[in-house]
Design a binder for this molecule. Structure first.
Ligand code: NAD
Ligand code: USQ
Length: 397
């Protein structure tokens, strides 16, 4: 196994990681984790997510400080400096200038529009999502090809790229025998939203950049992330991470815990047999570190399925209901008409051994995590706007 810290130091003189989307939920936790581990970290973000919240009239459960204040506090607490580049990666001039200023040896790319419902609001939101995500990533690939061909791209993809096929889901590639011949090819993709589709387009473009230009990249097909506290974001209230609960940006388990805290029925869509891969945010940051520390080879497009456990949404709701009752919260599970078009009962068996083989020791979903997430939600429940909980965006025509 290559020690990337050593490799990078030899190659670039220092280990510098640029976290694109570093003001967001996964990016903020990751930037602090990497900084704490001794990497030299930069954050690039155009802060558009804060703007989208305003557009939707929603706020994260937690009061997040402006990015400059967050970074100042981090410096006061740890003595570590994180460079900040505010701008949009769909602007090639800005992106190229930021890369030349920072000179990263690895780029972690979280900087996309990541909500499936947001992308399904209407044509404008679908187009905006795909332009933002696909053009941003394409710009990055061209900037790397031009000036940083050895830099390792660690790109956040999604398990939703695969959809829910009736066969096992492999990690990025599948070996197929056809008419007596055999090949290993990209795994078929059947995403369920315009957002998830944008990730498929990204994956194809990154694969092209590796095959044709010899770039090195790791696509982290991440499952649904839950939890909020990491060692670093828990150090001080000014470092607190965002925690979305609304019907557009909130995700399943986080939403259920916040719903339980305010006594709202848990919103299972349809039959609830929708099964997905999930992971604790403390594992998101560690998986990214593992990918950086063990880089892809030049010309290699590597795909890791980044989740630790599979659950159906009904199972999750029942677990939250049980944990809530143990804390004397009154909670019921409600099956709503599904606003999405998706299979509600299906086979699901996805592989996730690549990151385990690199040494990931997962935090499995436990009663203690549910208790701490519920307590966290109770602490901030005065900030919940209950009118934002039910889903309003529908996939149907
Ligand atoms: P987030 O919305 O909290 O953060 C994304 C950040 O990217 C925001 O700070 C936003 O301002 C920034 N951004 C968006 N477009 C940009 C652009 N054009 N230029 C510069 N910055 C831009 O999202 P998140 O939950 O942290 O997700 C991060 C990544 O991880 C996304 O790519 C998402 O698809 C992926 N992912 C998230 C989850 C999850 O459960 N949250 C699961 C799987 C994959
Ligand atoms: N769901 C409910 N009730 C809710 C919310 C969701 O039943 O209140 C169901 C959805 O119908 C879906 C499943 O839970 O079947 C997951 O939905 P989600 O909103 O938690 O997650 P999703 O839309 O898939 O998107 C999230 C992130 C996205 C990431 C993806 C990983 O927003 O950025 O890519 O999780 S994955 O699901 O593996 O594709």
């Amino acid at each position: 196994m290559v020690d990337y810290a050593e490799y990078s130091q030899a190659r670039f003189g220092k280990m510098k990681v640029l976290v694109i989307g570093g003001d967001g939920y996964c990016g903020w936790a990751t930037a602090l984790y990497l900084s704490n581990k001794g990497y030299e970290v930069g954050i690039l973000d155009n802060l558009v997510r804060r703007f989208w919240d305003m557009e939707l009239c929603v706020e994260t459960l937690t009061p997040i400080a402006p990015i400059q204040q967050r970074l100042k506090r981090w410096h006061e607490l740890t003595g570590k400096t994180i460079d900040l580049f505010i701008g949009d990666i769909t602007n090639y001039e800005f992106l190229s200038k930021a890369l030349h200023q920072f000179e990263p040896s690895a780029i972690v790319h979280f900087g996309e529009q990541r909500s499936a419902p947001f992308s399904m609001i209407d044509r404008e939101h679908a187009v905006m999502t795909q332009v933002n995500n696909v053009v941003g990533t394409l710009n990055l690939l061209y900037a790397m090809k031009e000036d940083f061909p050895d830099c390792h791209l660690v790109k956040l993809g999604t398990m939703g790229e695969y959809g829910t096929p009736n066969i096992d889901i492999e990690e990025g590639y599948i070996t197929i025998e056809h008419n007596g011949r055999k090949d290993t090819l990209p795994y078929p993709k059947q995403p369920g939203s315009m957002y998830h589709l944008s990730k498929v387009h990204d994956s194809h473009n990154i694969h092209f950049g590796c095959r044709i230009w010899g770039l090195r990249a790791t696509d982290l097909n991440q499952g649904v992330v839950y939890g909020v506290l990491t060692e670093e974001t828990g150090m001080d209230e000014l470092l607190i991470n965002r925690l979305d609960y609304d019907g557009v940006f909130g995700t399943a388990l986080n939403r259920f815990c916040i719903q339980a805290a305010v006594g709202h029925p848990l919103t299972v869509y349809g039959k609830g047999g929708q099964t997905r891969g999930f992971l604790d945010i403390r594992d998101t940051v560690r998986c990214v570190d593992l990918a950086i520390a063990n880089p892809a080879n030049s010309g290699e497009f590597r795909v890791f399925n980044q989740f630790t456990e599979q659950f159906s949404v009904s199972d999750l709701a029942l677990m939250v209901e049980k944990a809530s009752h143990a804390m004397d919260l009154t909670v019921e599970v409600k099956h709503l008409d599904n606003p999405r078009i998706e299979r509600e009962e299906h086979y699901y068996n996805a592989k996730n051994t690549n990151l385990l083989d690199l040494g990931l020791q997962p935090h499995y979903l436990s009663d203690s995590l549910l208790d701490s997430l519920l307590n966290f939600a109770i602490q901030y429940k005065h900030r919940v706007d209950e009118s934002q909980i039910l889903p309003k965006v529908k996939w149907h025509r």
